[in-house]
Design a protein around this ligand. Sequence first.
Ligand SMILES: [Zn+2]
Length: 220
Amino acid sequence: MEIKGIPCTLKSPIAVRLIKKFLAEIHKKHSIDFQKIKSKTTLIKRVPKKEIDLGTTGQVIKVNADVYSEAFSARVVEDIQAEVICEKMIVCIDETIKDPELMFITIAHEFGHVCTTEKDLARRNAPSDEWASEATADWYVYKWGYGRRSRKIHVKYPRHLLHHGAMPGGTLTDNGITYRLTRNFVYRNSSDPQKKINDRILELISKSGISISDIFPLKQ
Ligand SMILES: [Zn+2]
């Protein structure tokens, strides 16, 4: 079967219907992203059972286009992992997800990974590549107008913080450092807000030409 010209081996009618709906909406409202999705996605398939058991609802596997066509016939596609740098991708969706809303947002998130560029990743200012990648996929979900729905569904089904990173407006602490994710999906180190304020005050004082000893005279 093909959905908007993309080969799809999913069997679940709900999954197929939701992917059709998602791609139709992107085609209509975000045609550049749709072209990116169409040219980069070689296949939509189910998440391998062993990954579902680990709690994966969706994933994107990068494939080398040439390796892919040989490998697919040999059915070893799952073994070609993200180390291969190329532009072609396989989108995997767990078609056994019970809640259609969770499935829809998962579909949008995975296609957010497909649309991700190096520039998008750099903009996130994230402390790890994984958080940059996850925040970018979500940035697309919000850009496409599914932000409120994504937030709601991930409150209902919380995601693994250390894999997905923070939600926009939220914070998380890793290795003793607290990061805040802004509403534009940019990470900020917010470990010591008081230090930031102090640094800003010192900066303003030095610009003003007033000596610090005029403000805080030394006690004799
Ligand atoms: Zn992801």
